[in-house]
Write a protein that binds this ligand. Sequence first.
Ligand code: ATP
Length: 300
Amino acid sequence: MSRLLVLGNAGIDLLCPVPHLPRAGETLVADGQARAPGGKGLNQAVVAARAGAAVQFTAPVGRDGAAEELRAILGAEPFAGLSLLPQDAPTDLSLLMVARDAENCILTLGAAADALSVQEAEAAAAGLGPEDMLLLQGNLSFTATEAAMRAALARGARVMLNTAPLRWDMAPLLPLCALVVANAGEAESLTGRRAAAAAEALHRAGAACAVVTLGADGCVSAGAAGHHHHPAQPVAAVDTTGAGDTFCGVLAALLLAGHTLPAAAKRAQRAAALTVSRPGAFAALPSAAELRALFAGVAA
Ligand code: ATP
């Protein structure tokens, strides 16, 4: 069976409802706290595994209690393999403050993700073969990301890159990618263009295929098969956090399973609509049962 290696970040999200967003110098008392696993790598790996792919999830973490917390939670997910690689840095943490007017403010600590070495990235990709795919995001360093991509390509595997978060110049990596997925803001930052023109520009910059997601407006793709607009599934949006991760996880899983891009994008957008229809990030990701029902419904 083809395998999907998701090499990316994993951390803890600490969600704190607050009366208002903090002002300079203020000590703010939160209304409460909730902890959940988080990180784009983690979310995409979980969704892809729940979508039926044989996922190996490899992520840098600290040597601390938070890493053990993640190991316990991720042990319940249907991964083919899980490697949490200890780094000399604390496990990544994001503090999400959500005010009563729904405005939010996020502080992210990503030292563990930054610490993954080139050697660890190459070793992670060493087991890939021509039937396999590597999925990466922007949380690791440029050098580790590039090393993993080149190691995967040397073994004949395909590379998919989600450009979030856009922290360093991704342009040099585009020619290494079979598929690039960027949201509207990332695509505009990378290309200076919008929507379909941005997808076309990412393709011309070297990505074999590029998808630009447009929130409620769906997504556009550009590649050898030309340009296409793929409409979103209409939904009453409650919280869009995690939409991009759900989209990428399902898309990777279904492309690996042999679906065409339009077929995979249609299902990925239905799954993302489900995430958008409920609050939270990890808590809002679709379950394996929901994805099975969704896929069966689309096929019918
Ligand atoms: P996020 O950072 O909020 O997780 P993103 O910015 O990476 O998301 P978006 O373009 O907002 O990505 O959304 C990804 C996909 O999710 C869209 O292509 C669409 O299919 C779906 N989606 C997002 N928002 C909505 C919405 N309001 N209604 C329906 N579908 C949506």
